[in-house]
Design a protein around this ligand. Structure first.
Ligand SMILES: Cc1cc2nc3c(=O)[nH]c(=O)nc-3n(C[C@H](O)[C@H](O)[C@H](O)COP(=O)(O)OP(=O)(O)OC[C@H]3O[C@@H](n4cnc5c(N)ncnc54)[C@H](O)[C@@H]3O)c2cc1C
Length: 383
């Protein structure tokens, strides 16, 4: 192993964010090294919901990983069924994350990126002209480093950017169910709000199992296991078998935080960019990775040493959306029933939900249609 090999960019972590950044930069002819601590394909605790808007950003070959197409959402409030609505168009796909992430990283390696698996990074060090990245297998240097190493980002901690973030905590199970149950859930996803205050439960169907999970604020995480069981029982499945049960954090956006330090950029979960309403993280993982790639493509030939363009792009294109989502997520926690009922009964609200998942409108568009937050609150409290 060449200990001193030099790359244009080292990407730490081969999830959707790292693989996307690596693929885009390798396609521009840059030399790329991806360092991944696991062996691929690796299991990732995740519901595996790919909204239609996210699917539009993924390379076409990845569509082979899609296991179901969701057009129906069933919503309930702490088990109290509120509605089931159907969209004429696809809203979401479901995937197994090991397969999706493998397909994305294979695109990067096919484009020329070098991948070292089973290689956890254990030190990141910034020099004036480059960044050193140390692993048990050797040390490499690069002009820029992309920290794409997930919710508990080692890279962020190394460069001093992981500051007291309060991530949501989630429990997810892959549950084998009878063929008749699988059939009932085909094309249908369920969300149950409020089982834990500030959290929600879900059912996402895959080709041969259901992903069932529950997400909670960190201070209520001790309720997760018992509430999970209650939720699964409430689904009346015939002889469900939990094949895999695991927990992980979701770094939903709370407030803007720095995404760069010198020659290091954080993307995806490492930058804390998951949607505070839905917990969807793959969309902004891919979007932020593309923005980081844009900034690096500009910085390299110009000989710049900082990535302020990336920070500016995140501030312009991602943060305003997440700020609106964070505001509505607080409202949803305070008054879930009227909001969810409105979603079920008011065809305009349901249409906006569908537009949001399909990427036809974003949070800002929808917020601008609801003239003021006061206007929405009045609407909500009147019902
Ligand atoms: C239970 C649960 C359900 C979820 N459901 C959904 C959903 O349905 N839809 C959705 O869009 N999002 C969902 N999310 C969020 C989504 O999983 C994340 O937002 C997404 O995986 C972020 O991608 P990423 O590439 O930033 O990080 P990750 O996918 O976490 O990838 C990080 C990679 O870095 C590697 N790594 C970590 N440390 C090191 C190190 N020191 N050295 C080298 N490599 C390292 C890891 O092994 C991993 O491969 C869910 C999350 C959870 C926990």
């Amino acid at each position: 192993m060449n200990l001193n090999q030099f790359y244009d960019v080292i990407v730490i972590g081969a999830g959707p964010a790292g693989a996307t950044a690596a693929a885009e930069l390798a396609a521009s002819g840059l030399s790329l090294l991806i360092l991944e601590k696991s062996n691929l394909p690796r299991y990732k605790c995740c519901g595996g919901g790919i909204t239609y808007k996210t699917a539009q950003l993924l390379p076409p070959a990845v569509r082979a990983c899609f296991e179901d197409t969701i057009d129906t959402f069933r919503l309930s409030l702490n088990g109290d069924s509120l509605f089931e609505n159907v969209s004429a168009q696809p809203l979401m796909y479901t995937v197994r994350r090991d397969q999706l992430d493998l397909a994305l990283v294979e695109r990067a390696t096919a484009g020329g990126a070098r991948l070292l698996q089973n290689t956890p990074v254990n030190r990141v060090w910034q020099n004036p002209d480059d960044v050193e990245v140390e692993t048990g297998a050797g040390t490499w240097r690069a002009r820029f480093v992309i920290g794409a190493d997930g919710a508990e980002s080692f890279t962020a901690a190394q460069v001093g950017l992981l500051s007291g973030t309060e991530n949501l905590v989630a429990l997810e199970a892959e549950v084998l169910v009878a063929a008749s149950d699988l059939e009932k859930w085909r094309s249908r996803a369920a969300l149950d709000q409020g089982r834990i205050s500030g959290g929600y439960a879900w059912v996402f169907p895959k080709s041969d199992h259901l992903s069932i999970g529950l997400v909670s604020p960190p201070d209520q995480a001790k309720k997760l296991r018992s509430q999970y069981q209650e939720y699964q029982d409430s689904l009346n499945l015939a002889g469900p078998v939990i094949e895999r049960l695991s927990g992980a954090q979701i770094p939903v956006f709370r407030a803007p935080r720095p995404v760069t330090k010198g020659r290091v950029a954080l993307v995806g979960d490492a930058a804390g960019l998951a949607d505070p309403i839905t917990g969807e993280g793959i969309y902004n993982a891919v979007v932020s990775a593309s923005l980081a790639a844009t900034a690096i493509r500009q910085a390299l030939p110009a000989g710049h040493s900082d990535l302020s363009l990336y920070a500016a792009l995140v501030a312009e294109k991602i943060i305003p959306q997440l700020e609106v989502a964070a505001m509505y997520s607080h409202l949803l926690v305070r008054v879930p029933r009227p909001i969810l009922k409105m979603l079920g009964r008011d065809s305009r609200v349901w249409a906006n939900f569908c537009h949001l998942l399909r990427g036809e409108r974003d949070y800002l568009d929808i917020h601008n249609r609801v003239t003021t937050l006061g206007g929405l609150s009045q609407l909500v409290f009147r019902r």
